[in-house]
Design a protein around this ligand. Structure first.
Ligand SMILES: [Mg+2]
Length: 312
C-alpha cells in the first residue's frame, strides 16, 4: 500500500459526493443563484455547499490537518441559503454538518499537512452548463502528495475522476471505482499540438502566440480540467496567464501533480517548477505552461523569444 493511500481514498470519495451536491443545485435550477466576491468573480450556493461538505469530511478524517479552501464569505449565507443547503444535504443523505457557517471558515491548526479545496473550479462554466471541476489536493511541507479532480461530462463520458499520488502515477475512472492509468501524449511536433486554453479568463497573447508558431488545434474550456486533458493525452499543451491576485494553491496544486504523475511537466514561463506557500501559488514569471514534457523546452524557448517582454 502506498504511503498516502488513505488520503487518496478519502479525497476520491468526498469529491464524488461533492459532485452530487453541485449537480443537486443544478437540477433544482438554482445554479445561477450567485454573489459577486470582492474581485468580482462569481460564487454560487453550490460552491458553498460543496465546500462545507468537503471541509466537514476532511476535519472528521484528519483532525489535525490544516485546510486551505477558496470560499470565505460567510455573510453570503443568509437564512434562505441555509435552508437550501440543508435541504440538499438531507435529500442526498448527508446528515452532517449541522453548523454550516462554521465549516466554511474552518481551516484547522497550522500544520505541515495541508489540504487544498476548490469546491467548484470554473464557476462561470458551471453556471452556464459548460465544464467545471471539483479539486482536492494534499501536501506535506508544501510538496504535493495526492490529488483528486472530478470533471463532469468529461469528453462526453459523464463524470470523470482523475487522481494522482506522488511517484505512483496518475489515473482516471469514469462512473466506476475502477481506475486506469493515464499518460501524456507523445507528440513532439509543434504543428500537431492540441492547445488547451481558458474560456473566460484568457489573455490575447496566448492565441496570438499559438497561431504564430503554427498551432491550429484549440480546446477552449473552463477549470482545471485543462490539466486533466494534458495528463491523459487529450491535449499536448496548456498555457495559463496569471496575475498575483488570482494565483491560488487550490487552483493549481491538483493540476500540477496530475500532469507530472502522468509523465508531463508544469512550470512557469521561465521553466521553474510551481511552488505552493499556504494559499498562494508562486512563480517567477506571471504565467504557466503544462505539456507532455517532450514539448516543454521548445515551447518555453518560443515564448521567451517571442513574447516574454510583452507579457503582463
Ligand atoms: Mg472555485
Amino acid at each position: 500500500m502506498s504511503q498516502y493511500n488513505r488520503e487518496l481514498k478519502v479525497a476520491i470519495e468526498i469529491i464524488r459526493k461533492a459532485f452530487l451536491i453541485t449537480e443537486w443545485f443544478r437540477k433544482k435550477g438554482i445554479e445561477s443563484f450567485y454573489f459577486k466576491k470582492l474581485d468580482q468573480s462569481p460564487v454560487t450556493l453550490a460552491d458553498f455547499a460543496s465546500q462545507i461538505y468537503l471541509i466537514s469530511q476532511l476535519r472528521e478524517y484528519f483532525q489535525d490537518d490544516q485546510i486551505i479552501a477558496e470560499e470565505e464569505n460567510i455573510e453570503f449565507i443568509d437564512q434562505e441559503a441555509e435552508i437550501l443547503i440543508k435541504q440538499c444535504f438531507e435529500e442526498l443523505g448527508i446528515n452532517k454538518p449541522t453548523i454550516l457557517k462554521e465549516n466554511i471558515g474552518y481551516r484547522g491548526k497550522s500544520s505541515e499537512r495541508k489540504w487544498t479545496i476548490d469546491p467548484i473550479d470554473g464557476t462561470i462554466g458551471y453556471q452556464k452548463g459548460l465544464s467545471y471541476a471539483i479539486g482536492v489536493g494534499f501536501m506535506v511541507e508544501s510538496n504535493p502528495k495526492i490529488c483528486a479532480i472530478a470533471v463532469p461530462n468529461y469528453n462526453e463520458k459523464s463524470l470523470a475522476i482523475f487522481s494522482a499520488e506522488e511517484n505512483q502515477g496518475a489515473h482516471v475512472s469514469y462512473n466506476t471505482n475502477v481506475f486506469k492509468p493515464i499518460k501524456v501524449s507523445q507528440n513532439e511536433k509543434i504543428h500537431k499540438i492540441r492547445l488547451c486554453h481558458s474560456l473566460h479568463y484568457d489573455k490575447p497573447w496566448v492565441l496570438d502566440f499559438a497561431r504564430k508558431i503554427g498551432i491550429r488545434n484549440f480546446i477552449q474550456i473552463d477549470s482545471m480540467a485543462k490539466f486533466s486533458m494534458v495528463a491523459d493525452g487529450t491535449a499536448d499543451l496548456y498555457i495559463k496567464p496569471l496575475d498575483a491576485e488570482h494565483s491560488f494553491t487550490w487552483d493549481f496544486m491538483p493540476g500540477d501533480l496530475i500532469v507530472r504523475e502522468a509523465g508531463g511537466l508544469v512550470t512557469d514561463l521561465k521553466g521553474e517548477r510551481l511552488k505552493f506557500k499556504e494559499e498562494k501559488c508562486l512563480w517567477t514569471v506571471p504565467g504557466i505552461i503544462a505539456t507532455n514534457g517532450i514539448l516543454q523546452n521548445k515551447i518555453l524557448e518560443l515564448i521567451k523569444r517571442n513574447y516574454l517582454n510583452h507579457i503582463n
